[in-house]
Design a protein around this ligand. Structure first.
Ligand code: NAD
Length: 418
C-alpha cells in the first residue's frame, strides 16, 4: 500500500475538486477543509502485570453545522493525527451525501488490539471514554465502531459515560449490542449499502449483476457482508483477501463458507472452496466485473490503477484509492462509486439506532433494511443527478458536489457567531 500518501491531504483535495464545480466562496471552502477541533491524548493505562503503558489517542470533530459530530473509533497501529482528521472529514461529507443530520467526527487509538488482553483493552477503552466524556453526548458527538472495534467497545464506552454522568443515555454512542440499545441490522449495514450501491451502479450502467464476477479486498465486517449479500443477488464472488493474502477461483465460491473458514482459522488462506492462493496485489488487478476494496485507505495507488482490469469499483473502505489512482481510473473511464456513498450504510443505521434510542421504541430488522434501502437509493439518485448536471470526471466528484452544497448551505444558514 502506498502509505506515504497523506490521507488528510487526499480528503482536502477531494473537497477542493468538488468545490471547483460549485459557486462557493473561498472562505466557505477553506472552512470545510479543516476539523473544528482535535483532541490529542496520551493515555496512561495499567497493564495486567501492573506496569503502565502509554497510548496515543485522538478524537477529531470536523464540522457540526448539520448536527452532532458522528464517526467511528479505530484501534490500529497505523492511527495518526492526520488519518483521524481525514476520516472525520470524510464522515462530514458522507453524512451530507446520504442526507442524515450529522456532522463528521472520528477517533482512534494507536495500538494493535491483538497484543492486549481483554481486561487491558477494557481499561484502555474506559480510559479513552473518560477523556472523551466532556466532548461527547447524544446532542454533541456520537462515536461508533470502526476498524478493530465493535459492540463490546461501544458497550464499555456507553457504560463509562453513563456511570460518570449518572444518566441513562444510550444515544451517546451507536453500534451497541442489541441488549444494550443497539439496532437490528447494524452489523450488516455497511456491507448492505455496498451491495445496494453495486446493484444500482450495474443498473445505471446497463449491466447485469447476475453472474458478474466480484473480487473483495479485506474480508472483515464491511467486505465479508458485502460479499455475502452480493452473492445473494446473483453475483459470483471469485476472489477475497485479508491481511495474510488472498484466495481465487475463476468459477467462484461460497462467500459465507469463506467467512466461516476465516472465523475458524483467522484467515481466508487455506479455504478448501477456492482453487488458488493469490497476493493482495494480484487480487487488485484481477480481470473482474466488480472490485470492492474493503481494507484500509490507499490500497490502490497509481501503479495498481494502471494495471487494474476490473470494470467497476465500489469502495467499501474509506479512502482506498490515492488521488493519483483516482485520476488514472477517471482517465481510463473505469467507474468508481465512492466510499462516502457506498459504505454509508453503517452511519445511516447508526442514525436509525440513535433515533430509536431517543424514541425508546425499537424497529424490526426488516424496517431497518427497508429504511436503509430508501436512504441509499435516494442518495444514489442524487449522485446521478449531480453527475449528469455537472461536467465532472468521476462519480466521486458528483457525490462531493451534492455533499458540499449541503454543508455549505448549513454553514450559510447558521450564519457566523460571534
Ligand atoms: P475489519 O477490521 O472488520 O476488517 C478489515 C479487513 O481488512 C480484515 O479482514 C483485515 O485482515 C483486512 N486487511 C487489513 N490490511 C489488509 C491488506 N493490506 N490487504 C488486504 N486485506 C487487509 O474492518 P471493517 O470494519 O470491515 O472496515 C474496513 C474498511 O471499511 C475501513 O476502511 C473502514 O473505515 C471502512 N468502513 C467500515 C464500516 C463498518 O461499519 N464496519 C463503516 C464504514 C466504513
Amino acid at each position: 500500500m502506498a502509505n506515504e500518501v497523506n490521507p488528510f491531504e487526499s480528503m482536502q483535495e477531494q473537497g477542493d475538486d468538488a468545490a471547483a464545480y460549485v459557486d462557493l466562496a473561498d472562505d466557505v471552502v477553506e472552512r470545510l477543509k479543516y476539523p473544528e477541533r482535535v483532541l490529542e491524548l496520551n493515555l496512561s493505562v495499567e497493564m495486567d502485570d501492573g506496569t503502565l503503558e502509554r497510548f496515543e489517542a485522538y478524537r477529531s470533530q470536523f464540522n457540526g453545522d448539520r448536527g452532532p459530530y458522528k464517526g467511528g473509533i479505530r484501534y490500529h497501529p497505523g492511527v495518526t493525527r492526520d488519518e483521524v482528521k481525514a476520516l472525520s472529514g470524510w464522515m462530514a461529507y458522507k453524512c451530507a451525501a446520504v442526507n442524515i443530520p450529522y456532522g463528521g467526527g472520528k477517533g482512534g487509538i494507536k495500538l494493535d488490539p491483538a497484543e492486549y488482553s481483554d481486561t487491558e483493552l477494557e481499561r484502555i477503552t474506559r480510559s479513552y471514554a473518560e477523556e472523551l466524556r466532556p466532548l461527547i453526548g447524544e446532542n454533541r458527538d456520537i462515536p461508533a465502531p470502526d476498524v478493530n472495534t465493535g459492540q463490546r467497545e461501544m458497550n464499555w464506552i456507553k457504560d463509562t459515560y453513563e456511570t460518570l454522568e449518572r444518566t441513562n443515555e444510550p444515544g451517546v454512542i451507536t453500534g451497541k449490542a442489541p441488549d444494550s440499545g443497539g439496532s437490528a441490522g447494524r452489523v450488516e449495514a455497511t456491507g448492505r449499502s455496498v451491495m445496494l450501491v453495486s446493484r444500482e451502479g450495474f443498473k445505471y450502467l446497463d449491466k447485469d449483476i447476475a453472474d458478474a464476477t466480484v473480487a473483495v479486498q479485506g474480508y472483515g465486517n464491511a467486505g465479508s457482508v458485502a460479499a455475502k449479500l452480493i452473492d445473494d443477488i446473483g453475483a459470483n464472488v471469485v476472489a477475497v483477501s485479508d491481511s495474510s493474502g488472498g484466495i481465487y477461483d475463476p468459477d467462484g465460491f461460497d462467500a459465507r463458507a469463506a467467512k466461516d473458514h476465516k472465523n475458524e482459522t483467522g484467515s481466508v488462506n487455506g479455504f478448501a472452496g477456492a482453487s488458488e492462493e493469490i497476493t493482495n496485489e494480484e487480487l487488485l488487478t484481477l480481470d473482474v466485473d466488480l472490485l470492492i476494496p474493503a481494507a484500509l485507505e490507499n490500497a490502490i495507488d497509481e501503479a495498481i490503477a494502471q494495471n487494474l482490469e476490473a470494470d467497476m469499483i465500489v469502495e467499501a473502505a474509506n479512502g482506498p484509492l490515492t488521488p493519483d489512482a483516482d485520476d488514472v481510473l477517471a482517465e481510463r473511464d473505469v467507474p468508481v462509486f465512492p466510499d462516502i456513498l457506498a459504505n454509508a450504510g453503517g452511519v445511516t443505521v447508526s442514525y436509525f439506532e440513535w433515533v430509536q434510542n431517543r424514541q425508546g421504541f425499537y424497529w424490526t430488522e426488516q424496517k431497518v433494511n427497508n429504511e436503509l434501502e430508501r436512504f441509499i437509493v435516494a442518495a444514489f439518485e442524487d449522485l446521478i443527478e449531480g453527475y449528469e448536471s455537472h461536467d465532472v470526471e468521476s462519480y466521486r466528484e458528483a457525490m462531493y458536489i451534492v455533499a458540499i452544497k449541503r454543508l455549505a448551505n448549513a454553514a450559510k444558514e447558521g450564519g457566523v457567531w460571534p
